[in-house]
Design a protein around this ligand. Structure first.
Ligand SMILES: [Zn+2]
Length: 266
């Protein structure tokens, strides 16, 4: 298995440069994405597809930065993307999925329900108007009682041969999840938007404006704080075989693409 760490959407939020960290997993048989970043359709129609959030997150809208174009530049065929496991359904995580019409999308049942019912004002404003796509492209998952390092976990995922688990971490959104990938030589935990800044992992303060923004878009801030503590505790165990990344921290993406880390994840 080989794992590529891709930036599929540079944004500028609360005076901070953010990336959109997407994992591309090559299993040898097929390609799997963890999150999908911002897609070509979003770039062609930011007003319709992203909505008012484009003024807040200020995505760069660069076609060359999309997952589909990055996969092509790696010499791979985007048509081989068979699965997309998403942490949640905000535009910067599901938007790129439209560029892979044959891929199956995997998401928690709670997140799918949140995007479908849009119960709160925040949910009505945040979810991608196009949604994750009609059934049967989407497979949803309820908690099964399985665990991963003390966290609730759902695996195996339907039709995915690789060891990839959804780790429900609701808080940022109603059904938000992290995604754990066992590469065979190490583990990668993609925490999505469970935290924004790498300081959270070491229990240090994050930049104030970024923290405020994180709170502003949180479905349940108490649970976000509890997730921060749980992930800091996991990080604090110092397991050299575990790489924790998230969706938007540029420092964590740089570390993941560092040759030493890449050796661990290929
Ligand atoms: Zn995000």
């Amino acid at each position: 298995m080989r794992v590529h760490h891709l930036n599929c959407g540079t944004m500028r939020l609360a005076r901070t440069r953010l990336v959109t960290h997407v994992l591309l997993v090559e299993t040898g048989r097929e390609l799997i994405l963890v999150d999908s970043g911002i897609g070509l359709a979003d770039i062609a129609d930011p007003r319709g597809r992203i909505g008012p959030y484009r003024h807040i997150a200020r995505p760069a809208l660069d076609p060359g930065g999309t997952a589909v174009r990055r996969i092509e530049r790696l010499g791979l065929d985007p048509a081989d993307v068979a699965h997309i496991v998403v942490t949640h359904l905000d535009f910067d995580h599901i938007g790129g999925a439209a560029d892979f019409p044959r891929a199956r999308i995997h998401v928690t049942a709670g997140e799918r329900a949140a995007a479908d019912t849009r119960r709160t004002l925040l949910e009505r404003s945040r979810y991608h108007p196009a949604g994750p796509g009609p059934e049967p492209r989407v497979t949803t998952y309820e908690p099964t009682g399985d665990t991963w390092r003390g966290f609730a976990a759902v695996r195996p995922l339907d039709g995915i041969g690789a060891d990839i688990a959804l780790i429900p971490l609701p808080g940022h959104t109603r059904g938000h999840a992290a995604v754990a990938v066992d590469t065979g030589v190490g583990l990668i935990l993609h925490a999505g938007d469970a935290f924004y800044h790498h300081n959270v992992l070491s229990g240090r303060r994050q930049p104030t404006l970024l923290g405020l923004q994180e709170r502003l878009v949180a479905h349940d801030w108490k649970r976000v704080r509890a997730n921060h503590e749980a992930l800091a505790e996991l990080h604090g165990r110092g397991d050299p075989g575990l790489l924790i990344v998230n969706a938007h921290d540029a420092v964590l993406l740089d570390r993941a693409t560092d040759p030493d880390h890449r050796r661990e994840s290929t």
